[in-house]
Design a protein around this ligand. Sequence first.
Ligand SMILES: [Zn+2]
Ligand SMILES: [Zn+2]
Length: 261
Amino acid sequence: MTLTPLPAFDDNYLWLLDNGREALVVDPGDAAPVAAALDARGLTLAGILLTHHHSDHVGGVDALRSRLQGPIYAPAHEKMPEPVTRVQGGQSVDLLGLRFAVMDVPGHTAGHIAYFAAQVPGSDPLLFCGDTLFSGGCGRLFEGSPAQMHASLQSLAALPGRTRVCCAHEYTLSNLRFAREVDPYNTALATYSAWCEAERAAGRPTLPGRIGTEVHINPFLRCTEPALRDAARRHAPTQLPTAPSPVDVFAALREWKNGFR
Ligand SMILES: [Zn+2]
Ligand SMILES: [Zn+2]
């Protein structure tokens, strides 16, 4: 199995997974880079996985239908380019001989879903999480509450540490700038930041990430850590109770990040 992040727009990755003959693509916001990759490598498009309704994730779907030889799986409760096969948390979908568990991860949008393959022959588990989890950060809360997003992120953080995290945007360096601001004494974060900066300087993606790394460096997965709780309380002393819950800390960090430059 070959996993390829196809760059699109300013900072999107359209994830292509193939077995040398057939491919699936996740969130094809633009058809052109997908078509070019399929043609260059002589691949058949066997299926499309969609995580949420934003146009940079679904905009290329209709233009890919003519070459599609399989299903389009999409969230049950979002506006989608029809026809699609609707799925939701608790279900699973089979593509390229892999079984993907569908997870409900509301927060960025109300009906956002993620796809997790626990068994990938010869490789580690795979997670396609759209705009829910980014390396060093998380999606903005356009439609969901902090409690929903926090629960969604916790369900992703509970996946096996080896899981490769296929995020839909290359936001890593800007996320890590914020992470270092709120978690300055985290040595794993400093080491990871240096590695990511070298990757970007060499023109390479920082993704896919790993769950086992994110749980140590991503402030939005670390809301129970005293360092993050104290940082949030120093930043928003009047808004936070003296003993804030993890959701309180998450909400304060997300607000802080929204205004962070
Ligand atoms: Zn989005
Ligand atoms: Zn996006």
